[in-house]
Design a protein around this ligand. Structure first.
Ligand code: ATP
Ligand code: MG
Ligand code: MG
Ligand code: MG
Length: 464
């Protein structure tokens, strides 16, 4: 008899047969006549109910065998129609084997609900909860949907370096990579370990973005994307920032800002639609448990076009807003998440794409507008999140690009390879970066970015 997954059994119409299921006990309850054991194997949100007749499985024996919350067990029995509410089938137990028990006096995940803050402290156990099972399955579904979207649209997946010499943003928020080794640590002149020693003699960092390398690839393969880990040594003690996150960065040759907005909007809407179609149980649970507006909000994004306006127009709106902001808005300053969320949640009540930001608050590679003051940047702003995407049409003119690099103190000699894309066969192109965890925040309705990644990295995250 081979094991069957819980989800397969729950969908089964082939009843009154012998089955074998393996998973973890979610709950055990009952009385002296019958015991009900909910078994979940991670294959989906729902558990299967195992009915254990007390004559064969008295509660005392189950307890003695360690059939308690969290225990790993195998159940052999008959799959039958269920009288119980909310499930069509159940298993009448004939044999229960315990692989690993979980002591109910110390196992932290007992029946009662746990706060997300508490679960953050036991991040290694929280995947066993309904909430994190749902979040992690949705995360998986979204990764798959991202690759599927790009594959269906003729894009090529490019692996850009994790260890890199380039600082894409020129922002300096990087983790330095050194060649420390325990046999021969690099020493400075005083004979102390030199923590600034470089990677094989060259300054190297963990990547803050795969964009520049993505542009290189787009100049050969036309439509490409990266999807990889990204590191920022910023003070990420916010509910929207991690020190290690994942970013999706498409880059397309011959696209302009308009094409870039169209792509971002179609891409995001497709991903939300995919989640609604493929993760109904997990989303329904999150909707009921945390946020009664979640499903409505997701459907709204699928059904409605985003509002598009310029940064300058947005600043006018924010200046005449009745709401008092913590940070005042003036043309030329970067918007804070309070401003972004005002535009999305209060003013337009829909996702917003802001374009044409002042050049001084954006990166050197963005294409200069005719007025010489703004660049062809775009940020996509989402309800509950603020910025979810940052992107732009890139400057393809060698002269204008090097001029911007000088103004912003980006050393040309480090980026000679990047400048070659402008030197030889330069073409208009555009792209953007979508923060994967911000997408998952939106789709799951979770409020804190640390609750949508299995092992969150932030200042003082010591574990793992
Ligand atoms: P923010 O203004 O929120 O700090 P950013 O403008 O610094 O974001 P970009 O450099 O534009 O970010 O990166 C592209 C996308 O990556 C952002 O739109 C966001 O979705 C995501 N992102 C940026 N920084 C982080 C971070 N520290 N943790 C998680 N996601 C991030
Ligand atoms: Mg930032
Ligand atoms: Mg920003
Ligand atoms: Mg940005």
């Amino acid at each position: 008899l081979r094991k069957t997954s819980v989800q397969e059994l729950l969908r089964s119409t082939d009843l009154d047969r012998e089955v074998l299921v393996k998973g973890w006990v979610r709950t055990r309850r009952g009385n002296k006549y019958v015991q009900f054991i909910a078994v979940n194997d991670g294959s989906g949100f729902n558990s299967i109910q195992v009915v254990a007749n007390a004559e064969q499985f008295p509660e005392e024996k189950l307890k003695a065998d360690g059939v308690e919350n969290g225990a790993a067990i195998a159940v052999r029995g008959r799959l039958v129609a269920s009288q119980g509410k909310g499930q069509s089938v159940e298993i009448q137990a004939e044999e229960i084997t315990v692989y690993g028990s979980a002591d109910p006096t110390t196992y932290p995940l007992q029946k009662k609900g746990h706060s997300l803050e508490f679960l953050r402290e036991i991040a290694h156990l929280r995947p066993r909860t309904n909430t994190f099972g749902a979040v992690l399955r949705i995360r998986h579904a979204m990764s798959f949907a991202i690759h599927k979207y790009f594959n269906d649209h003729g894009y090529f997946y490019i692996h850009t370096p994790i260890i890199t010499g380039s600082d894409a943003e020129g922002a300096g928020q990087m983790f330095r990579v050194t060649t420390l080794s325990d046999t021969k640590p690099p020493l400075n002149e005083a004979g102390e370990v030199d923590y600034t020693a470089d990677f094989f003699g060259k300054a190297t960092n963990l990547t803050v973005s795969g964009q520049l390398e993505g542009e290189v690839a787009a100049m050969a393969l036309g439509k490409v994307y990266t999807f990889g880990p990204t590191f920022r040594a910023e003070n990420s003690n916010t509910a929207r920032h991690l020190a290690e996150f994942w970013m999706i960065e498409p880059e397309v040759a011959f696209n302009d800002l308009q094409d870039n907005m169209d792509l971002a909007e179609d891409f995001l809407r497709s991903l939300v639609r995919y989640a609604l179609e493929h993760c109904p149980d997990d989303l329904q649970f999150l909707n009921d448990q945390y946020d009664k507006e979640l499903l409505n909000r997701l459907q709204f994004v699928v059904d409605n076009e985003f509002k598009r306006l310029t940064y300058t127009e947005a600043v006018e709106i924010l200046k005449s807003a009745k709401q008092k902001f913590e940070f005042p808005v003036d043309w030329g300053t970067d918007l804070q998440s309070e401003h972004e969320r005002y535009l999305v949640e209060k003013h337009f009540k829909k996702p917003v794409i802001l374009t044409n930001y002042p050049k001084d608050i954006k990166a050197f590679y963005m294409k200069l507008d005719e007025d010489g003051r703004t660049v062809r940047a775009m940020d996509v702003l989402f309800p509950g999140i603020g910025e979810i995407i940052g992107g732009s049409q890139r400057e393809e003119d060698m002269q204008k690009l090097t001029q911007r690099m000088q103004e912003m103190h980006v050393p040309e000699e480090d980026l000679w390879w990047y400048l070659d894309t402008r030197r030889y066969g330069s073409a208009p192109h555009a792209g953007f970066g979508l923060g994967f965890e911000r997408l998952i925040l939106f789709i799951t309705g979770m409020a804190n970015i640390r609750d949508v990644i299995p092992f969150p990295r932030f200042p003082k995250s010591a574990e793992f």
